[in-house]
Design a protein around this ligand. Structure first.
Ligand code: SF4
Length: 65
């Protein structure tokens, strides 16, 4: 299992700029709760799931099996 950044640097820069603006909350969501602090709960659960391979919701990270 490996977590890596999206290989598209433009996506990484855009999402990181969004995270800076929100103070670390997921820039792709409106809620500003603990659940949506990067890495958000959804992605942490996807990391734990041995069958999941793919991007987080914002496409900042990619999980390889
Ligand atoms: S892990 Fe991805 S989807 Fe989750 S908060 Fe961070 S950038 Fe957004």
């Amino acid at each position: 299992m490996k977590i890596r950044l999206n290989s598209n640097q433009q996506v990484v820069d855009t999402v990181k700029a969004g995270l800076e603006k929100t103070g670390g909350y997921c820039p792709c969501r409106r809620e500003r709760t603990e659940e949506f602090k990067c890495m958000c709960k959804e992605f942490r659960e996807q990391i734990k799931d041995p069958d999941f391979e793919g991007y987080c919701h914002c496409m900042l990270y990619y999980k390889e099996k």
